[in-house]
Design a protein around this ligand. Sequence first.
Ligand SMILES: [Zn+2]
Length: 168
Amino acid sequence: MESPTLSRAHRIRRLGNLLNLSSPLGLAIARLGGARFSSGPYGLSLAEGFRLRFPPAGAFAVGNVIITRHTIGAVSRHHPDVLRHESAHAWQYFWCGGLPFLPLYALAAGWSWLRTGDPASRNLFERTAGLVRGGYHEAPVTNAGVRRLAGGLQTLIEKPSRLAERSR
Ligand SMILES: [Zn+2]
């Protein structure tokens, strides 16, 4: 059924994310996770009761499909603007031409993790969609991930040499 209030921009986005295959991928993922489908605002499709554990987010967008393990109503009770946040991600898929969003998002999440130890705080896509709307707490820039990585590398380098010393 066509919502009479759906704007021209949201119709174009819905068509774009269908043709660039991001929404079909979202539908496939949601179906794989046994989600129930309904139509949401802004031309989005809601997929609730998703049963897979990955990704760990309360709600996430794949194209125009907004997927959650709970219901959007339950998520909105804690984060009232969550649908606007997910709608912004749907635009990001549109502007990235669909699937290229996924590796770009992974890069942005990796960068954020290096800078803050958290995949969202310095993630361009999450910041643009609104950290607070998405239910994120902004972590300060401490290079926590860089330090964790450096610590891990140091252990990797030191352990074999320590083992070698012991066996001498
Ligand atoms: Zn988000």
